[in-house]
Design a protein around this ligand. Structure first.
Ligand code: SF4
Length: 376
C-alpha cells in the first residue's frame, strides 16, 4: 500500500487562520505544474515497486487549477507508477470551484473522491476567515457534486471559533448530515504564528479561541455524528462504514507515500523528507533536474513517538507488536507508562490487544500521547 500526495501551492485568497504553503499569485502556475511533472518522473523509484492505492491533491487549492493541469499530473503519475485500477483519487475542492463543468472534467480525469472545504455555512464566519466562497456556494456545492455523480464526498467544518455559537454549530453539523455525504472532517480553530488571525488577536480585533467552548462543541459533534450513523475512526474524522479515507489510513498506519510539489512531505519507512516551501526556488531546482528537499532519518524513539501519537488519535489504537518491533526497551517503556492512563479509564485494550484511547478523551489525545513519549 502506497500513496502519492500532490501539493498545489496556489489559493485565490489567504484564509486568516491558515499557515500552509501557498501563493495567491498564479503567475508561476505553468512552471510549477511542469516542475511537478519532472519531479514525478525523477521520483519514480522512491516507492520501489509498490502499487499506488491513493492519490491525493491537496494544498493550497487544487480545485483552483484548470482541470487540464490535474489531468496532466495524473497522466504523468500513471506513466511512471503502477496505479491500482481502484485507487482512491481525492481532490480538495473549494465550494466556489464546484461547477458542473469542473465536476465533469474532474470525473473524466479519474478523480473519484472530493474533499470540500465548507468550513461553515454562516456568512459572518466565512467573511471573518477571508474564505473565497460565500454562504450560498457552501450550501449548494455538495448537491452539485452529488448531481454530477460523485458519491465519495467528504466535507470539512471548523469549530471552536469565538463567534460560532453552539446553535450555529449544531446547524452546521445538521446541514452536512442532511446532504447524505458519507464522510465528515472537523477541526478546532487554532491560532498559528504569523497568520492574520494571530495578528488580529494581538491587536484585540478578535478574541482568542476558548478551549472550553471547543471541547463543548467537540462533544456536540461526537454525539450528533454517532447518532447519524457515522463511525469516528480518528480524532477529526468520521465516516459511514466503508468510506474511511484510504489516504488518511495509509498515513496513520505508516504506509509509504511520495509527496510532489513545493512543501510536500514524503516517507519511505526509513526517512522523512520535505520539499522547499518556495515556488520559485522549487521550479528553478527542477529545471536543473534537482529536487530541493531536506531529509531526516527517524530515530527509534521518534518512530515510537509516532506510533503512540497516530495510534492514540485513531480508533485502530497502538499496536503493541509494532512497538515491540522497535525493541524490548520500547515495549517495556510503553507497558509501564501507559498504566496510569489505564487506571484513570482513558485507555483500554481492544479485541486485538491494541491500546485505544476512549473517544470521550479524544479531545485531549495529543496531550495524553505526549505523556507517553520517549526522549532520545
Ligand atoms: S484555501 Fe485552504 S490552503 Fe488556501 S488559504 Fe484557505 S485554508 Fe489555506
Amino acid at each position: 500500500m502506497a500513496g502519492i500526495y500532490l501539493h498545489i501551492p496556489f489559493c485565490r485568497k489567504a484564509c486568516h487562520y491558515c499557515n500552509f504553503h501557498f501563493s495567491t499569485s498564479f503567475q508561476t502556475r505553468e512552471e510549477v505544474i511542469q516542475a511537478m511533472q519532472k519531479e514525478i518522473s525523477l521520483q519514480k523509484e522512491y516507492l520501489g515497486k509498490q502499487t499506488i492505492e491513493s492519490i491525493y491533491f491537496g494544498g493550497g487549492t487544487p480545485s483552483a487549477l484548470p482541470p487540464a493541469d490535474l489531468t496532466t499530473l495524473l497522466e504523468t503519475i500513471r506513466t511512471n507508477f503502477e496505479v491500482d485500477s481502484k485507487a482512491e483519487v481525492t481532490l480538495e475542492a473549494n465550494p466556489d470551484d464546484i461547477t458542473p463543468e469542473n465536476l465533469e472534467a474532474w470525473k473524466t480525469s479519474g478523480i473519484n473522491r472530493l474533499s470540500i472545504g465548507i468550513q461553515a455555512f454562516q456568512v459572518k464566519l466565512l467573511v471573518d476567515w477571508n474564505r473565497s466562497h460565500n454562504a450560498k456556494q457552501a450550501s449548494t456545492a455538495i448537491a452539485l457534486a452529488q448531481e454530477s455523480g460523485f458519491e465519495n464526498i467528504t466535507a470539512d467544518l471548523i469549530y471552536g471559533a469565538p463567534n460560532l455559537s453552539d446553535e450555529d454549530w449544531k446547524i452546521n453539523i445538521r446541514q452536512l448530515v442532511e446532504t447524505g455525504i458519507p464522510h465528515i472532517s472537523c477541526y478546532a480553530l487554532t491560532v498559528e504564528p504569523a497568520t492574520a488571525l494571530a495578528y488580529q488577536i494581538k491587536k484585540g480585533v478578535t478574541r482568542e479561541p476558548d478551549d472550553e467552548q471547543a471541547n463543548r462543541q467537540y462533544s456536540i459533534l461526537q454525539s450528533a455524528l454517532k447518532g447519524a450513523g457515522f463511525l469516528q475512526y480518528e480524532v477529526s474524522n468520521f465516516a459511514k462504514p466503508g468510506f474511511e479515507s484510504r489516504h488518511n489510513k495509509n498515513y496513520w498506519t505508516g504506509a509509504h507515500y511520495l509527496g510532489i510539489g513545493p512543501a510536500a512531505h514524503s516517507f519511505n519507512g526509513v526517512s522523512r523528507q520535505w520539499n522547499i516551501a518556495n515556488n520559485v526556488k522549487y521550479v528553478r531546482a527542477l529545471y536543473q533536474n534537482e529536487i530541493p528537499f531536506e531529509q531526516e532519518e527517524l530515530t527509534p524513539a521518534q518512530q515510537y513517538n509516532e506510533l503512540v501519537m497516530t495510534g492514540l488519535r485513531s480508533s485502530m489504537g497502538i499496536d503493541p507488536g509494532q512497538v515491540a518491533a522497535l525493541g524490548e526497551d520500547f515495549e517495556k517503556y510503553l507497558q509501564k507508562e501507559i498504566q496510569s492512563c489505564v487506571e484513570q479509564g482513558k485507555i483500554g485494550q481492544d479485541e486485538k490487544g491494541n491500546w485505544v484511547l476512549h473517544p470521550e478523551f479524544y479531545f485531549f489525545a495529543d496531550g495524553i500521547a505526549a505523556e507517553l513519549f520517549k526522549v532520545d
